[in-house]
Structure formats: C-alpha cells, structure tokens
Write a protein that binds this ligand. Structure first.
Ligand code: C5P
Length: 275
C-alpha cells in the first residue's frame, strides 16, 4: 500500500489576461502548496474501487481521482486496477484546488505503484488534460503558472509564511465565477513584475477573480472587510473562492459559520512526494 498526502494550494497572486476563444481564461498566477492536506491510500487490486470519508463527494466517474486512474491506464496501456481510499480534509468549492490535487497525487502514486512507466513530464502533460490546476500539483509546490494554469514554471521554495485560511460555509462554482469576469474590470498589472517582486521579498497580493466572486456571492466582500477590520495585514481570496487566506495577526469574526485553518507553505523534494 502507498499512502500519499494531497495538499491544498493558494494563489498568492492571480491575474486574468483574457478570455480565450475556447471559453477558458488565460491567466498568470503564483501558486503555492500549503500543509492543509487530504491523505490518499492506494493499493493494487482485482478491480477499481474508490471510497471517501466525505459522503457528499461523489465516488463515480465524475470524481477526478477516477478520471486520473482511467487516463493513467489508457496512456500507459497497463491493465492494473486500484483500491483507493480518500481521507478528505480540504474543503470543496473553496479555491484551494482539492480535487485537482487529488488527481495529481493519483497520477504520481499510480506511477510509483506500477514501476514508473511514465516520466514526470508525461504526468504533467496528462494532468493538464484532467483540469487546469492539476499540472501545478506535480511541481515541487511553488510555481508561476500561465496558459489555462497548466503551463508551469517552478520558482523554487518561497520564504516560509504562516496563513490563516477562512472558508465560509457556502462554496463557489469555478465556472460561475469565471462567467462574471469582464474584460473592462481587469487591471493591466504586469504578472512577471509581480513575480519579481515576490522573489525580491516585496510581495503584492492580488486576485482578479475576487470582484467576479463578490458579484456571485456579495457576502464575501463583507467577510473580507471584517477580516481586514479584525487586524489582518493581507486578506485575499484564493483561486475562484470562496476561501480567503489571511496574513498577520488578526481576529476571525466568531459570529459567522466559518471554518478556519492555520497553515504554512510546504514543498516537496525533487525525488519525493509531499510528507
Ligand atoms: O480546467 P477546470 O476543469 O478546472 O476548469 C473548470 C472551469 O473553470 C472551466 O470549465 C472554465 O469555465 C473555468 N476556467 C476558465 N479559465 C481557466 C480555468 C478554468 O475559464 N484558466
């Protein structure tokens, strides 16, 4: 049996460049994995099965873990089947990449269990076909991502940072948030400059999906205001929401039904998985 952590991510900045003819959005974003993790147990078996500790998560072919298994078998030509147990900790519809991370972890683990028939680059390419964020989770945990998000440039570990993740009970649908992006709303910030600022220790946190998300769920704008009033230095939505990450010393309002997680950045070594 092989047990692997499957980490969540935050987007330290996320710039939307344009809407593409295929309906996706071209973006430029600095992604970072954090130590809020699911755990997935993999075993070679007679037939496929997927079990999940969260009963609200479908375990049928719509689950990205099952999609990753099918793609791995198709692309390697192997006839191997897997018993998979998913211990879910990462909240869903939170902008934390839980499903994409599970898919990437599955590709990695299946490759290990079957004697590495694929190279890491092949796994990255296959990941891009499963979802825009999947390829990132096969990086070492800090990457500047472009295209739909699937073109990854590793940037090396970033200086350590502690964050508080705040997730309202209601989640957000990624397509619905992207659907609210209006070209005229986008600021013309240079993402390469933003990356240089981060690497020089002068980080500027921004997310072009915040305003579209606030249109879908106006309470989120209030929550951000309350978190800033509570003393946090930086409060930014991650991905397409609905969670925020907060930096500094602040108070999370106790009146709302919020899930909070105290987290740090994590990275994996070039040869190993997250531990
Ligand atoms: O690639 P993924 O399946 O994660 O994308 C989910 C949805 O999010 C897409 O169908 C699209 O509506 C939106 N999306 C987008 N531009 C991206 C990534 C996602 O418009 N770069």
């Amino acid at each position: 049996m092989l047990s692997c952590l499957s980490p969540a991510k935050v987007n330290l900045f996320l710039r939307i460049i344009r809407r593409r003819p295929d309906g996706y959005h071209e973006l430029a974003s600095l992604f970072q994995t954090i130590d809020l993790c699911d755990t997935i147990h993999f075993e070679i078996a007679e037939r496929d099965s997927l079990q999940c500790t969260d009963p609200s998560l479908p375990t049928d072919q719509t689950n990205l873990v099952n999609k990753a298994v099918a793609l791995f078998r198709q692309n390697t030509g192997l006839n191997t089947y897997f018993d998979i147990r998913l211990d879910k900790k990462i909240p869903q519809q939170a902008g934390l990449g839980g499903g994409s991370s599970n898919a990437a972890t599955t590709l990695w683990a299946l490759n290990e269990l079957t004697g590495r028939p694929a190279s890491l680059q092949q796994l990255v390419d296959w990941g891009g076909a499963l979802g825009s964020d999947v390829a990132f989770f096969l990086s070492e945990g800090s990457a500047y991502c472009t295209g739909r998000g699937e073109v990854i440039r590793s940037v090396g570990p970033l200086p350590p940072k502690k964050l508080i993740i705040v997730k309202p009970s209601q989640g957000l649908s990624t397509p619905q948030v992207y659907g609210q992006v209006k070209a005229e709303m986008l600021e013309q910030r240079d993402p390469e400059q933003a990356l240089r600022n981060f690497m020089d220790g002068r980080p500027l946190y921004f997310n072009d999906l915040e305003e579209p998300a606030f249109k879908v769920m106006p309470e989120l704008a209030d929550l951000k205001r309350q978190l800033l009033n509570g003393g946090f230095e930086t409060v930014l939505m991650s991905g397409s929401g609905s969670s925020f990450f907060c930096i500094g010393n602040g108070k999370v309002p106790s009146t709302m039904s919020l899930q909070c997680y105290s987290v740090s950045f994590i990275n994996r070594t070039p040869s190993g998985w997250y531990s």
